[in-house]
Write a protein that binds this ligand. Structure first.
Ligand code: FAD
Length: 421
């Protein structure tokens, strides 16, 4: 009998895995259990908030995976697993038997550490928009309702979280949206629990050029000579970044008065976009696959859970050494996991894996982009980044930023095709 691999979650990780598993091993039965009939991609989804694209542009059909690649689908929510019997159960009452289980449920959101945000009411007024869905439209409406000269507060999460450049890209997109509506004084204030972020060197430089952005004194990512080349403005322009060292850590939010209290001051906002701390998707937590960190430990060669045998976890939910939580990373892990599970099902040794990731981001304008590009290998059991230059060079030209934006838009299209077509 042909083996059966069951996949929980038809997002970037689960869908890529299913397609490549069928390509590498056509005889294997592959079934995705996914709660939504269509996928809404979180990657690139901040552009919905500023109206550059619509919800239809981020909505993707599963038809090709079904019809072209022979992947089976059960559209239902997974509620639990019987590890002894190797059975997955769904809310609708379906039970599926597996030889290997691939878990890729993405992320869940943890409001427990943020006073003021523990009620449903607070969470429906102040939304994250970090998992696509209707929250993007809520943010779009909230942005449109920001008065002239208004203030948007963006609160990025602590590490680790999905899409490291994402909260900063979103801040830039909103700043640019204000410029496009001719709003001279409206601004974005970023209240950060961190002192740096992936692509900070290239992002801050772009903001300094485009948005009258002043470098925070506390930022340590530049040498003194590099810092001296930055333009200094009398006031904060369209974007102000309050780092952790400057008291950016949020200690309380009051949704009724729209005030955000940090360690050192209080900010009044017309719109608040809080991205709370993240954890592995709820089903992974419920299945007991996460450790104390809230993420799922795996053997980083095969992605087999170190907690449950025959269960593999990939994508945002897993702990993958130095790989970030990104779509590109989930896609790269999925291809490796398919090869490894093929080998394991045949009783063969797993291969020596290699991985890649590129996170693209816009500074705000649609034609001003940047990236961080990496290769990874396994070193002493940990997925470790090769030490190559990863970013645009310091003082990259406008043309280099513009070319990066071209890459970004091309990647968005070819990446989606690689997963779902
Ligand atoms: P997901 O893609 O979230 O898929 C999880 C799937 O599991 C979902 O379809 C969900 O419905 C399903 N599921 C969960 N629980 C259950 C259950 N119990 N039963 C059934 N189904 C279930 N990445 C990049 O590489 N480049 C970018 O430019 C980029 N930009 C981003 C911008 C933003 C604003 C955001 C929020 C993210 C961005 N990302 C980007 C990150 C990227 O979207 C994620 O890293 C990626 O989607 C992770 O894939 P995943 O398979 O782990 O999770």
């Amino acid at each position: 009998d042909a083996p059966h691999v069951v996949v929980i979650g038809g997002g970037v990780g689960g869908a890529t895995f299913a397609k490549y598993m069928k390509m590498y091993s056509p005889e294997t039965h592959v079934t995705i259990i996914e709660k939504n009939k269509e996928y809404q991609r979180p990657y690139g989804s901040s552009e919905v908030i500023v109206g550059r694209i619509g919800m239809n542009d981020i909505t993707i059909s599963y038809d090709d995976l079904k019809n072209k690649h022979g992947v089976n689908f059960v559209f239902d929510t997974v509620t639990g697993v019987d590890y002894d019997k190797r059975e997955v159960k769904t809310a609708g009452g379906t039970t599926l038997k597996y030889d290997r289980l691939l878990v890729a449920p993405g992320v869940s959101f943890d409001y427990s550490q943020i006073p003021g945000m523990d009620s449903n009411e607070a969470q429906s007024k102040i939304v994250h928009g970090w998992d696509a869905g209707d929250q993007l439209l809520t943010l779009q409406k909230q942005l449109q309702a920001v008065p002239v000269d208004g203030t948007v507060v963006v609160i990025p999460p602590p590490n680790p979280y999905r899409c490291p450049p994402g909260p900063y890209e979103r801040s830039g997109l909103i700043a640019q949206w204000f410029i496009n509506r001719g709003d001279k004084n409206a601004k974005v204030i970023i209240l950060d629990p961190k002192n740096g972020f992936t692509v900070d060197r290239t992002m801050l430089q772009a903001w300094n050029r485009l948005y009258g952005f002043n470098l925070p004194e506390s930022f340590k990512g530049y040498t003194a000579e590099e810092r001296a080349t930055f333009k200094k403005y009398d006031t904060h322009g369209k974007i102000q970044w309050v780092t952790a060292d400057e008291g950016g850590r949020v200690v309380k939010i009051d949704p009724a008065t729209m005030t955000v209290e940090t360690e050192v001051s209080v900010f009044k906002a017309d719109m608040i976009n809080l991205i709370p701390p993240l954890k592995a998707g709820k089903i992974a937590l419920d299945m007991g696959l996460a450790d104390k960190s809230g993420w799922c430990p795996v053997d980083q060669k095969t992605f087999e859970s170190t907690i449950q045998p025959n269960v593999h976890v990939i994508g945002d939910a897993c702990i993958a050494g130095q790989m970030p939580k990104s779509g590109y990373a989930a896609n790269s892990q999925a291809k490796v996991a398919a090869l490894q599970i093929k080998a394991l099902l045949a009783g063969q040794e797993p291969i020596e894996p290699a991985f890649q990731n590129t996170c693209y981001a816009l500074a705000g304008r649609d034609d001003y982009g940047m990236f961080v590009a990496d290769f990874f290998r396994l070193k002493n059991g940990v997925i470790t980044r090769d030490d190559y230059p990863r970013y645009l060079p310091f003082k990259a030209s406008d043309a280099q930023y513009q070319l990066s934006a071209v890459y970004l838009h091309a990647w968005m299209k070819s990446f989606t095709e690689d997963i779902f077509s």
